[in-house]
Design a binder for this molecule. Structure first.
Ligand code: WT7
Length: 647
């Protein structure tokens, strides 16, 4: 029996949603989605309120996902304009810089509105129109949110590329969506180290195929030297500052695209997950309010980067649509020391703190002292996201960080889902360490066995979602068929998450991890195929196979098996060179943690690499290899196992 942490009476008493309300609303949401979501939609400001609420079919021959299809709204208006009367002087974004010695800055809703309008006008003046794509490659600074909101204001589709990605990865994403303009900064700053963002953009734009980019707007952030290439490159302040502080918003249909965000899949290049305006914004706002039990005076801090979906939904769109104060942190958890998170919480009196298990595990390793020398008395709620949280880390988070006072919401969701699908609601759902617990309103999870049959009761299987929710992605940018094939073909009539999951006797969900060829490294998705193709692009590599393996801090690490071309021999230098090569090709997050020379790879007679076997070898569990009888050359396995033992 797993531990149970019942909802505390004082939490329940103040909560927006208690046990009865959850049960009642959940029932209503699945029995009558039109009534439920029609009412929920009233939390947004619409130019034209939607009359048609849900129009969804997961049938392959009649496929459609539409929510609020006759409604019209603008996301930036919902995040800014409508708060001006009541909250114009309230802090919308609280910026905490990389260095604690640099000044923190509070940006009010009115200032954010004006900055957004100026940039929106500037973008229009540079010829950016509704439907055009804009790439945002910025550090965690207020201008990143301004850039997203300015695109939303004029109906341009933003594609935020995480600042840790390398020039090749920027170029792939720019080419895929045909960006017209890039917004970047001179440099980023993380843990005292400078990241050459503008130089990376320069390198990306030398790659053939990136010629759609007409303009690069450069924010002066660190003041570091950059090359400015006229007429392409323009200083952000030169173009933006002279613009008027009002900007007529574009009226968007609810189903008009809001943004593209690239994420790794099991095959090929990252796919451009496309989210639309009405359903996404509503779902981000509603889940943010409910899961974090939001109050007007909360200081809310999500430690994600805006380069990931968590930053989109739960730093920018959800919190701002709700009129909240959202903290943006430029730095890292261990700079200048491992107390930083907790010091920032005290400094800004943070009430809600949302982070990833990998950060918790890394800080747990430092012991209690760095936590205990801070107060953290402002905290009332903790959150976790990105990967399963192991019960040991959960308890440390609960007891040491939250002083056994704050509920933890373990929120399961994906880039594709737009917002949280399975999570506790703090006033309504008893907690179990390691379980994301129960579904949000309108979400119908189910578990299927290997034959694709839905299993009832306490069981384990692949996690599917049986019906749509408003925040669901609508397409893979430029490849709608890939969208349908990836998510709706495996289990007809349902959305396939790619995750394995267990359900216990109380109906609680326990995510067990990816069941496809995606590795979850520190809460970030890396496709094994991407790392493999980076490796084989090195002239000395003949073949590569990449799998995930359990990693104490990162959750999963990257394990690469490499076969060299005929006349090359393994060496420590080549080992280093290949790891550095992947960093340079994709970005530091994709660098293999472990690289093993493989004279041969285990393949079936038809030539398919048997990853199941490679995973077991990487896990150091050669006694669990299972059936190897279908291998073309079984001796390959023995030599890999032998080699692994040597390490
Ligand atoms: C994958 C999605 C959700 C935003 C950040 C990651 C894993 C995410 C949890 C959780 C167990 C989780 C899943 C999922 N995951 N949250 N609370 N418990 N696993 O978004 O990069 O799209 O990755 O992250 O495996 O499929 P993403």
């Amino acid at each position: 029996m797993a531990d149970l942490y019942p909802v505390k009476a004082d939490v329940a008493a103040k909560a927006r949603i208690d046990k009865n309300t959850y049960q009642q609303l959940y029932k209503e949401s699945v029995e009558n989605p039109d009534a439920f979501w029609g009412k929920a939609a009233q939390r947004l400001d619409w130019y034209t309120a939607p009359k048609t609420i849900k129009n969804v079919s997961y049938q392959l021959d009649d496929f459609r996902i539409k929510w609020f299809e006759d409604g019209e709204l603008n996301a930036s208006v919902n995040c800014l304009d409508r708060h001006l009367d009541a909250r114009g002087d309230k802090i919308a974004l609280l910026f905490e810089p990389d260095s604690p010695d640099a000044p923190a800055k509070g940006v009010t809703y009115r200032e954010l509105y004006e900055r957004t309008c100026r940039l929106a006008n500037a973008l229009r003046s540079l010829g950016v129109k509704k439907g055009d794509r804009v790439t945002i490659y910025l550090p965690m600074i207020v201008d990143a949110a301004v850039a997203m909101l300015a695109c939303a204001r004029i109906g341009a589709i933003h594609s935020v590329v995480f600042g840790g990605f390398a020039p090749n990865s920027i170029a792939d994403r720019v080419i895929d969506c045909g960006s017209k303009l890039i917004i970047t900064a001179d440099e980023g700053l993380r843990g005292g180290r400078k990241i050459p963002l503008k130089a990376n953009v320069d390198a990306a734009l030398k790659i053939p195929g990136t010629t759609t980019v007409e303009t690069v707007l450069v924010v002066r952030h660190t003041g570091g030297a950059v090359d400015m290439q006229a007429p392409r490159d323009r200083w952000f302040h030169d173009v933006v500052d002279p613009q008027p502080a009002q900007c007529e918003p574009e009226r968007m249909n609810a189903e008009d695209p809001l943004f593209i965000l690239y994420t790794s899949g099991s095959t090929g290049k990252p796919k451009g997950v496309l989210h639309t305006t009405g359903g996404y914004l509503l779902y981000a706002a509603y889940t943010h309010e409910s899961v974090f039990d939001l109050r007007e005076d909360d200081i809310y801090w999500c430690t994600a980067d805006v380069g990931w979906v968590t930053g989109h939904s739960y730093i920018v769109y959800g919190p701002l649509a709700n009129g909240a104060t959202s903290l943006m942190f430029e730095g890292v958890p261990n700079y200048p020391d491992t107390s930083r998170f907790w010091q920032v919480i005290d400094k800004h009196q943070v009430t809600i703190f949302y982070t990833a298990p990998t950060a918790i595990r890394a800080l747990m390793r430092e012991g209690e002292a760095p936590v205990k020398r801070t107060s953290r008395s402002s905290l009332r709620l903790l959150g976790s996201v990105g990967e399963p949280i192991n019960p040991e880390a959960w308890r440390w988070y609960y007891e040491v960080v939250g002083d056994s006072r704050c509920p933890i919401v373990d929120t399961w969701w994906q880039t594709e889902t737009g917002g949280i699908l399975i999570s506790p609601l703090p006033g309504a759902i008893d907690l179990k360490p390691g379980s994301a617990t129960l579904p949000f309103f309108g979400v119908q999870p189910a578990l299927v066995n290997a034959e694709g049959e839905i299993q009832e009761g306490a069981t384990e299987g692949n996690l599917i979602i049986r019906d749509s929710w408003p925040g669901q992605m609508r397409s893979v940018y430029g490849d709608h068929q890939r969208f349908i094939d990836t998510y709706f073909r495996t289990y007809p009539g349902s959305y396939f998450t790619g995750d394995g999951c267990r359900r216990d006797e109380d109906g609680y969900y326990w995510i067990t991890g990816r069941v496809d060829d995606v590795i979850n490294v520190s809460g970030h998705r890396i496709g094994t195929a991407e790392v493999e193709s980076a490796l084989v692009s090195h002239p000395k590599v003949a073949e590569a196979a990449v799998v995930g393996f359990p990693h104490d801090i990162k959750g999963q690490g990257i394990y690469a098996y490499v076969t060299l071309v005929a006349d090359e021999a393994p060496s420590d230098e080549l080992h280093k060179e290949l790891v550095a090569w992947v960093r340079k090709e994709i970005g530091p997050i994709a660098a293999p943690d472990h690289l093993q020379w493989a004279p041969g790879l285990p393949k079936t007679r038809s030539g398919k690499i048997m990853r199941r076997i490679l995973r077991k070898i990487a896990e150091n569990a050669p006694d669990q290899l299972g059936d190897t009888s279908t291998l073309a050359d079984p001796s390959v396995v023995a030599s890999l196992v032998e080699e692994r033992k040597v390490k």
